[in-house]
Design a protein around this ligand. Sequence first.
Ligand SMILES: CC(C)(COP(=O)(O)OP(=O)(O)OC[C@H]1O[C@@H](n2cnc3c(N)ncnc32)[C@H](O)[C@@H]1OP(=O)(O)O)[C@@H](O)C(=O)NCCC(=O)NCCS
Length: 202
Amino acid sequence: MSLQCGRFRQPHHFAVGILTHTSRTFRTRPKHVFEMDQMTFQIRDATPSDAAAILPIFNQAVLETTAVWSDQPSDLASREEWIHTRVSKNLPVLVCEAEGAILGYAALSDFRPLDGYRSTKENSVFVDITQHRRGIGRALMTVLLQRARQIEAHAVVAAIDSTNAASISLHGSFGFAEVGRLPQVGQKFGSWLDLIYMQKLL
Ligand SMILES: CC(C)(COP(=O)(O)OP(=O)(O)OC[C@H]1O[C@@H](n2cnc3c(N)ncnc32)[C@H](O)[C@@H]1OP(=O)(O)O)[C@@H](O)C(=O)NCCC(=O)NCCS
């Protein structure tokens, strides 16, 4: 893929347009097209067939980072199930696509399974490591929060490793505030990990 794109620094100047409905999508949803510098990409709803592209993005984070507190890489079936579980509950799973390649994805999940948590969702966002700092995470978050409002979520919670400066900064820029910190509740690569909860009320 040859995307010629400098890192843009004015994320609020997104050209966001709802262009079309398409029969290609799993559910018929609008696409959101972002144009930054010389790069054009779309944020659209994921289908189970996107699992193959999501898998290496997720596994890179599993194997090389503390963004995911798992030691074992995932597989295609489990990523397909991950998409299906959310879509079947009307929870958004979004992918960022450019020139036919999936560059990142984001989703909302149930925060906890009990009924009383029905209006609280947990968000996740992952961008292909080769595409970081190009505005894709911000674009995914922008559309994800729009969708959170559409499904009438009241609170969105992000559970973030305390050393994940990129994610903490990204969420902070969307108005998420730290509401909790759990010291040493995780471990990976031989170290204890602290968990930060960041929350945004919609
Ligand atoms: C966090 C992540 C999704 C950000 O995606 P991205 O496409 O690189 O982010 P963007 O280019 O849209 O940047 C948006 C904002 O995020 C923050 N950010 C992104 N990368 C950063 C970094 N390396 N250091 C500090 N802040 C960073 C900044 O606030 C940035 O705004 P700015 O460009 O105006 O400074 C990406 O780093 C990623 O996929 N990380 C691995 C998975 C992960 O940690 N997911 C979150 C789990 S809670």
